[in-house]
Each structure stands twice: as C-alpha cells, then as structure tokens.
Design a protein around this ligand. Sequence first.
Ligand code: PLP
Length: 341
Amino acid sequence: MDKKSIDWENLGFGYIETEKRFVSNYRNGVWDEGGLTGEATVTISECAGVLQYAQTIFEGLKAYTTEKGETVIFRPDLNAERMEQSALRLEMPVYPKDRFVDAVVRTVRANNAYVPPYGTGATLYVRPYMFGSSAVIGVKPAEEYQFRVFTTPVGPYFKGGARPLTIKVSDFDRAAPNGTGHIKAGLNYAMSLHAIVTAHKEGFDENMYLDPRTRTKVEETGGANFLFVTKDKKVVVPKSSSILPSITRRSLVYVAKEYLGLEVEEREVLFDEVKDFAEAGLCGTAAVISPVGKIVNHGEEICIPSGMADMGPVTKELYDTLTGIQMGRIEAPDGWIKVVE
Ligand SMILES: *Cc1c(COP(=O)(O)O)cnc(C)c1O
C-alpha cells in the first residue's frame, strides 16, 4: 500500500483522522461481531453512562515500520490484559483478549498507508477504548457499551534530541489509596488536568505525584512511570498499588535484566532517596523514556547528576536497546512483536 504524503518528521502529537476504525457494540450481555467503518463520529444517547458518570477506559500503543519494512505492533496482548483489569474495576464488560488483538491488527492493517516509514521517528498511535453507551440516570453501570479502536499518526517524540524535563512535586494527588490509579480510565485524566495546567503555567514539564496515603513515596507522573538509576548502575522502579502498570516500564525492566545484565529493584521509593540517584526518566509508550533533569519540591531543587543536556548513560542504553528491539535492529523476546501481515 502506498504511504500517504505526510511530512512525517514534522508531525506533532495530535489527532489526524485516518480512514478506518473498528467498532463493536455490547447489547443484551454479548459483544456483536464488530467491524471496520469509515464513520469517525460516535452517536450515543445524551444520557449515556460515559457522558454522565465517566464510565470509560482506554489503551494506547504504537504501530510502526521496522528496518525490514514490516508493519508491527508492540505487545498488544499486554494492552488487552490491562484493559481487562480496567473494565472489571469500572463494572464494564471485558472485551476478550484475542478479539482485542485482532481488532487492533485489523485497524492498523486498514490504515497501513498512515504507518510512518522506517527511520522517520514517527509512529501510528493506536487508541482502543470502551465506554458506557446506553442511558443511565441513577448511578449504576450502563447496560450497553461500545468498544472502538482508532489510529492517528504521530511525529517523533524527541525532535532534535531528548531534552531532559523539569518536574514539580505536586500538592495534588493523582490517585486515592484504594482508588483507580492502577487502571487506565479517563477519570484519572480529567482530575489531573488542573494539576498539569497549573504546573505548565509555572514553567514545569510534568508533575511528580507522591503516594496519596503518606506523601513520602514516589508514585508517577500524570501519564508515565518513573525509572531511576543509582550511582552504582542499579535500575530502581517504584512499586505501589496506585501506579498504572506501564508496559514500557515492564519492558525496560526486562531489557535491563536480560539484555544489559543490570540489577533491578522494584520497590517503594522514598522521595528522600531521589537526591541520591544518578539518573531519572519517565517511561511510557509515547516517548519510551524521557530523561528527567530536575525535580523541584516547593522551591527546593534536586538536580539529577545526568544534567539538563542529555539522557544519562544507563537511561540511554535502555532507550537504545528497547527502541532497537521495537524497530527490528535487535532480536526481540518471544511474543513482543506482532507483525501485521
Ligand atoms: C498509559 C500510562 C502510562 C504508560 O503506560 P505505557 O503502557 O508504558 O504506555 C503510565 N502512567 C499512566 C498514568 C498512564 O495512563
């Protein structure tokens, strides 16, 4: 399939409508067969559960072109499993894992002209999501749901090299101790908007959220998990029941152990320890790893030794290895790369 004529290197991270999306409806206790459609608009009841009580969950993953020219998707099975956990927590029906992966593959295949060519740094972002579509006025789960998958091409995350971020320790909480921080639900983002807009106004790139119970431990940012490196090159990732289990972070932990032979600790990380780390980064699908250069807690600055110019050396090795696996330059562990035939 011929590629669209898009200036891939200069694409931003915004929505661009592509040709096809997948839609399946849940009615009378069953999912219909579902299929691709050219209709990009959703029509639902004015009283739909999603509109009134925010009953909606989502996923985010990427399709891209490898060095060999194949269109591939990175670990969609893990997105299916995570969406299952999100659905159960919000009393929504589960979209079966094999059908989730199939829907993602079919949507990417149908929009293959929008999968950016190898070497551009751009990718096709894939957004599966589900919402309560039937009318709900008393607070309860909807009876009908819609599962959809759309795609949108996005540009290279780091234009002209990775710029280390400056992060604010937020006074807001992202998640409640026994709340919904561990699931990918729209509601977690709605309530984060005020905190991120405030941080941006003050000149920060992101918020660091602390654990909501004691406010002494590092949790994550609004949309990415933390990864730290100690002065003796140990990789440390925060563990908490209110952190969203990032697939990128889990993949980086595997890469650190199995490809780079690094020691990895997944444990609670006290905010007081942060000043002793040599490197820090944020992990998520969009950027893989964004380096963190500075963390500011009420005016008190913690300057990460790797500095404000570059990624730290271990962070860089992790980044290069995982993106190498994704792009087919380094052999991938079994099952990580789903080829779209
Ligand atoms: C999606 C998300 C991440 C990153 O997860 P990936 O699977 O690596 O993309 C991290 N934190 C939050 C809060 C998220 O919503």
